[in-house]
Design a binder for this molecule. Structure first.
Ligand SMILES: Cc1ncc(COP(=O)(O)O)c(C=O)c1O
Length: 400
């Protein structure tokens, strides 16, 4: 018998070698109690959270919590069914209405996760004989959607406008083409030149899908994302997003102005063949999305936090993923996995949680400490974060 697990041996060995150094396992931390959007108890110690996607701090918003509690009481714990059978409740319609208003678009379709939204939309609209042209650093859910749909994948170098054009030029003029981009790339926190890329895609007759998972609620005048900020939202055919970041709960969605979009509800397998979100989740999401429409003060504070942290870490001598803050994600580049894990642990001992990211999630084999800021981080907390980073960085020898 061939052990089907033998393919994981290199990873098992790498993990064993890392834990043999005596470092705490960075991939099995438990949040023992969550005190607020920015603090939790980890290993018995109060810890500042700098590695969540809770950009707008909506997880503890009083109106959001109340909406969830009311829905739990009035509609029960779950729907026990697909959206196309018994799983569409009033709350699912309401959250789709909230999304349509948020984006000022005609159609909104809610999935059980953002992963499923990419999986479903990409695999359903781009099938055999079609082409998906994507940035090589695209999220796993985008790649998985391509695989499931069986379209030809054409990858281009990260954020490289010329490389995109070169690929588009080579494709048959009359073939079905979908260009897939992200507003913010989640590993380095850099934004895409969507203004130029969306125009190029249109010039070559391609439809465009933009995943705005990490920009919704924060970037753009109304928080609609990078496409809004760069003035090309009207040319984007499909926007994908998630409730697991700025919205503060779980779920995914696609919004579109395509006149035939509603047919997706019957043909998109990751929408049809799974249970719909629980009523409490859609109620929290709808309330959160409506509040995010009026979040301009929070957006301004989050920008201030992101810029302050970027400048402070640069001044302290850390190497960062971007030259200036493009988003609320600030990636600190580590020399290797071992020192990355040591730095991660040193920060945790200081009472600061960040995400340790490594290949294959990261580009170019990098190990990163990914910091994601929250609109609820106070200026004092950001100052404290910088002090803790500096102390830990000196202790581990990452900075002088
Ligand atoms: C760019 C991008 N798209 C999609 C997703 C999936 O979102 P969800 O957590 O809702 O499945 C993520 C999650 O990290 C993401 O970073």
């Amino acid at each position: 018998m061939t052990d089907l697990f033998s393919k994981f041996d290199p990873l098992i060995e790498q993990r064993r070698a890392l834990l043999d150094t005596g470092v705490t396992d960075p991939f099995s931390l438990v949040m023992e109690k969550v005190l607020s959007p920015t603090t939790a108890i980890c290993n018995g110690r109060e810890t500042i959270l700098l590695g969540t996607y809770n950009y707008m701090g909506m997880t503890f918003d009083e109106d959001v919590i109340k909406a969830g509690q009311d829905a739990l009481r009035d509609f029960g714990a779950g729907t026990t069914g697909s959206r196309v059978l018994n799983g569409t409740y009033q709350g699912h319609k309401e959250v789709e209405e909230a999304l349509k208003e948020f984006y000022a678009m005609d159609h909104a379709m809610v999935f059980s996760t953002g992963y499923q939204a990419n999986l479903g939309i990409i695999s359903t609209i781009a099938g055999k004989g079609d082409y998906v042209i994507l940035d090589i650093d695209s999220h796993a859910s985008i790649y998985d959607g391509c695989k499931m749909g069986d379209a030809e994948i054409v990858a281009f170098r990260h954020n490289d406008i010329e490389a995109l054009e070169k690929r588009l030029k080579r494709l048959p003029a009359d073939a079905g083409k979908l260009v897939v981009l992200e507003g913010v790339y989640s590993m380095l926190g850099d934004i895409a030149p969507l203004d130029k890329m969306v125009k190029l895609a249109k010039q070559y007759g391609a439809m465009v899908l933009v995943d705005e998972a990490h920009s919704m609620g924060f970037i753009g005048e109304h928080g609609r994302g990078v496409a809004e900020a760069q003035g090309v939202l009207d040319d984007v055919d499909f926007v994908i997003g998630t409730f697991s970041k700025s919205v503060g709960t779980v779920g995914g969605f696609c919004v579109s102005n395509h006149p035939k979009f509603e047919i997706m509800r019957l043909v998109c397998r990751p929408y049809v063949f799974t249970a719909s979100l629980p009523p409490s989740v859609v109620a929290t999401a709808a309330t959160s999305i409506r509040k995010l429409m009026h979040g301009s003060n929070k957006r301004a504070h989050l920008w201030e936090n992101s810029k302050t942290l970027h400048k402070g870490l640069t001044d302290a001598g850390f190497e960062l993923g971007t030259k200036e803050a493009h988003s609320a994600i600030i990636a600190v580049i580590m020399p290797d996995l071992e020192r990355g894990a040591m730095m991660w642990e040193a920060l945790l001992e200081e009472g600061l949680y960040v995400n340790l990211a490594r290949p294959p999630a990261t580009p170019a084999g990098m190990t990163l400490l990914r910091c994601s800021l929250c609109a609820e981080h106070s200026s004092d907390q950001v100052g404290e974060i910088l002090a803790r980073f500096t102390r830990a960085g000196k202790r581990v020898g990452i900075i002088a």
